[in-house]
Ligand binder design. Structure first.
Ligand code: SF4
Length: 396
């Protein structure tokens, strides 16, 4: 199983409990971004286009644990930026595991060999290595040669030390279904425990705006890949119904609150992908966000989104409401022939709004206001220089 039985049971009971309690909005996965700095600059990434002052911000161990306590989701995905650049990452992970959260540490793998002994295998912990396809596909996606090989070395090392390892594979326009299928075979042969896959979200700040998939292409690509994978025993960490949605067989609406994001800006509205504003507490995020303004059909920036951040929770809710349906899809696999589910009408969606500059200015102002007094400044500058030197050394 891509997800251990105990994890499936605990998360399943959590979901059932929320439904029995009549809770309409509940979190499934806390997305935690303790820093936005990365040691790569991928063409499809919309997370790292910020001034150095913002990239130097870190959520402290306590802020991460407080976010976890506020949210209460059973699963935590720690992403970024590159989380292994955060010097306190082992403490953050230990703290979350101590609370019996199922933690996925998302990394590009470049620093894994150096840092792996700071972590211990646990049924509550999994490495989640970024791999967007085979060597050519992945190195092109991360804009650097040799990264695929290092990620594969990292996977082998982590497996040899007894860790659970999954891969996180984002697909873009132009992906060849045959190559994707062969790649899934390859990673299964490496012994990974599970594959998490999704189409890339069209981040407005991503350097490459030409290779994001629209919904029609996404569905056709996943249908083709799943057809080639029949009988191959790929293990996905995602719900069978989410995979069925990717293959165009479900007309799901987005559940943006299912995977709330805490980042250095605060709690991001409305979802992991879209930063349209920030709340200072989880409760404020849940209470004050105008959720109906978002989702496919409601907002232009959501038009082509089919990412797990918004739709995995919808699939999980569907599984509770139609257990026979998930059983059927789990048994037979996603349907890869015949008509697709009707598409959501986009004619009434509101146009895109752009808030990036305002948000950056707001955070820069906050950083300035909270800057240390002149007497402490020299020490801080020295500390920042040391951090930069350490990061440069680690990236070399
Ligand atoms: S559809 Fe949902 S998950 Fe996707 S960008 Fe819009 S709000 Fe976020």
């Amino acid at each position: 199983m891509a997800v251990p039985l105990m994890q499936a049971v605990r998360v399943g009971s959590y979901v059932v409990k929320q439904h029995l309690q009549g809770r309409k909005k509940y979190p499934l996965v806390l997305m935690l971004e303790p820093l936005l700095r990365c040691n790569l600059a991928c063409s499809g990434c919309g997370k790292i286009d910020y001034p150095a002052e913002i990239l130097n911000q870190r959520l402290s161990v306590q802020e991460c644990l407080d976010a976890d306590a506020e949210c209460g989701a059973p699963v935590v995905a720690v992403a970024g930026g590159e989380p292994l650049l955060h010097k306190d990452m082992p403490k953050i992970i230990q703290g979350l595991i101590a609370r019996k959260r199922y933690v996925y540490l998302c990394t590009n793998g470049l620093l894994l060999e150096k840092k792996i002994d700071d972590y211990k295998p646990s049924p509550f912990f999994s490495w989640d290595i970024h791999l967007d396809g085979d060597q050519l596909m992945h190195d092109a996606s991360v804009c650097q040669d040799g990264v695929y090989d290092r990620a594969v070395t990292a996977i082998k090392l982590a497996k040899s030390k007894g860790f659970r390892v999954s891969i996180n594979c984002t697909l873009f326009d132009g992906a060849d279904p045959h190559r994707v299928a062969s790649f899934f075979d390859e990673v299964m042969a490496l012994g990974v425990d599970g594959i998490m896959t999704a189409p890339g979200y069209a981040y407005e700040r991503a350097p490459d705006q030409e290779h994001f998939l629209n919904r029609q292409k996404t569905k056709q690509l996943f249908r083709d890949v799943f057809r080639l994978g029949k009988g191959h025993k790929w293990r996905f960490t995602q719900s069978p119904l989410f995979l069925n949605f990717l293959a165009g067989n479900e007309q799901y609406h987005c559940t943006p609150w299912g995977k709330p994001l805490k980042t250095v800006f605060g709690w991001q509205r409305p979802c992991y992908l879209l930063g349209e504003g920030y709340a200072s507490t989880y409760q404020e995020l849940m209470d004050d966000t105008q959720w109906d303004l978002y989702g496919t059909g409601n907002y232009a920036k959501c038009a082509d989104c089919m990412v797990h951040s918004g739709y995995e929770s919808t699939a999980v809710k569907d599984a509770i409401q139609r257990p026979w349906h998930i059983a059927q899809v789990a048994l037979m696999g996603p349907k890869t022939e015949g008509p697709m589910a009707p598409e959501i009408d986009l004619s009434k969606q509101r146009p895109a709004e752009y808030a990036y500059n305002e948000q950056v200015q707001g955070l820069m102002q906050k950083i300035k206001t909270e800057a240390p007094s002149a007497s402490k400044r020299t020490t801080t500058i020295r500390r920042v220089k040391t951090v930069k030197k350490e990061e440069a050394k680690e990236n070399s």
